[in-house]
Design a protein around this ligand. Structure first.
Ligand code: AMP
Ligand code: GLY
Length: 421
């Protein structure tokens, strides 16, 4: 079989690595991939906005299955487009992708189906938004409606911070803003709950907790994710039942009312407050670095899972997991999430220890003349499986020491809530 993977991050390298393990695979193409996928697949640099060119390539090369990593092409309707040409694609369609593409779309489903979420208001202009602020309690959360790569969310501690946020959003910082979302601040602990769907049924696809802030102690600016662990320390059977019955199932009902269904990974970002789950946001894909953290635990052939989802037969495929803990540290370029230098060589990458339970996934890297260069903010992911999180941490620290990369930095405290000293 030939498989194509869309995306270039750590998530896509981890997907490529899992797919490569399947004995059904003859060839993998990555659009565009990174230096990590280059050793497993053929990297193809196509303009991903041009669906027709991509379709022509897929048809010409007889690619049997496309797996979409990031949200942007999903929200732009890549699945609907390719399926028109009878191409098998693992990922949700354009309407269902609004769950990530528009926070207001999701909030409206929450309201209609009583899905627990932060209380919210939607405001069409700055004056109405600001007059609401006068009556509000702080902190308060202000969100741009569009896809903003995790950056369109402000936690405002005072009226003046909230006012600045509203001005930035309506001044177009995240693209043209027609509305702003203002919501209640939920104080609890966050976890990520993943499901995989075939349009008819869904199954759990593990849990994780990530560290979104750039500085130790979960402080500083929001990032794409500085590290992660799986499973979440919060999950138990009772909580899982609540998540499925109060959040996931009503959401699918909401999509069904809109005349659509869900195929692909669904990532529910939750706030757990006094053992109750609240939906913070949906993502219509695996998380990054959650994907790198979770996939090494998967025992079942991932291709069997993807194909059964595309054939609406997920009920016939059992998903088995290694009963181990997984820890992931992300190595970033100094300066991230603000400006950082690009095209810096990573010299010691060949010294990294990789074996059965120790993995290195590339993110923002490219290969030139047999050398590896950092080109993105998040550069490498070190993932280790172990019985105890502490053992995984020791092994990852050893690898980071071997990497000895002056231009990089990482958070030393990833997993501090689960690592027993
Ligand atoms: P989002 O892009 O919606 O996931 O928001 C980014 C981050 O902002 C989340 O991961 C939370 O840490 C935080 N956040 C978003 N909404 C709320 C809320 N209503 N209460 C508390 N924190 C929130
Ligand atoms: N790690 C957060 C995300 O993928 O959105």
């Amino acid at each position: 079989m030939k498989v194509g993977i869309i995306g270039s991050g750590g998530r896509e390298h981890a997907l490529c690595h899992s797919i490569k393990k399947s004995d059904k695979i003859d060839k993998i193409f990555c659009f565009p991939g990174n230096a990590g996928t280059e050793n497993l697949a053929e990297n193809i640099n196509l303009d991903l906005k041009n669906f027709e060119n991509l379709k022509n390539f897929i048809v010409e090369k007889n690619i049997d299955l496309i797996v979409v990593g990031p949200e942007q092409p999903l929200v732009e309707g890549i699945v609907d487009y390719l399926e028109k040409f009878n191409i098998k694609v693992f990922g949700p369609n354009k309407i269902a992708s609004q769950l990530e593409g528009s926070k207001i779309f999701t909030k409206q489903i929450c309201e209609k189906f009583n899905i627990p979420t932060a209380k919210f208001g939607i405001f069409p202009n700055r004056d109405e938004a600001k007059s609401y602020l006068n009556k509000s309690k702080y902190p308060i959360v202000i969100k741009a409606d569009n896809l903003a790569a995790g950056k369109g969310v402000y936690i405002a501690k005072s009226y003046s911070e909230a006012e600045d946020a509203i001005d930035e959003i309506f001044n177009g910082k995240f693209g043209k803003a027609e509305k702003v979302l203002i919501e209640e601040f939920l104080a609890g602990e966050e976890m990520s709950y993943f499901t995989i769907h075939d349009g008819k049924i869904f199954k759990n696809f593990e849990t994780a907790q990530d560290h979104k802030r750039v500085l130790e102690g979960d402080k500083g600016k929001n990032t794409g994710g500085m590290g992660c662990y799986s499973p979440s320390r919060l999950i138990n059977d009772e909580l899982e039942k609540k998540i499925i019955n109060k959040i996931i199932k009503p959401t699918l009902k909401g999509l069904a009312e809109l005349g659509t269904e869900y195929k692909g990974f669904l990532y529910a970002g939750l706030m757990i407050v006094d053992d109750e789950p609240y939906l913070i946001e949906y993502n219509v894909r695996m998380g990054d670095p959650e994907c790198q953290t979770i996939l090494p635990k998967l025992k079942t052939d991932i291709i069997d899972i993807f194909i059964s989802c595309c054939n609406r037969k997920l009920n016939e495929t059992k998903i088995d997991w290694h009963n181990k803990n997984s820890l992931c540290f992300v190595i970033c370029s100094k300066g991230y999430p603000d400006e950082y230098q690009k095209n810096i060589e990573i010299e010691n990458i060949n010294k990294i220890i990789q074996n059965k339970d120790e993995y290195m996934f590339h993110a923002g890297t490219i290969q030139k003349n047999n050398k590896i260069y950092a080109v993105g903010g998040r550069v490498l992911n070190f993932v280790t499986l172990s019985e105890e999180f502490k053992d995984a941490q020791i092994k990852i620290f050893k690898n980071i020491e071997l990497l000895n990369w002056d231009s990089g930095f990482f958070r030393k405290d990833i997993g501090y809530k689960v690592i027993k000293e």
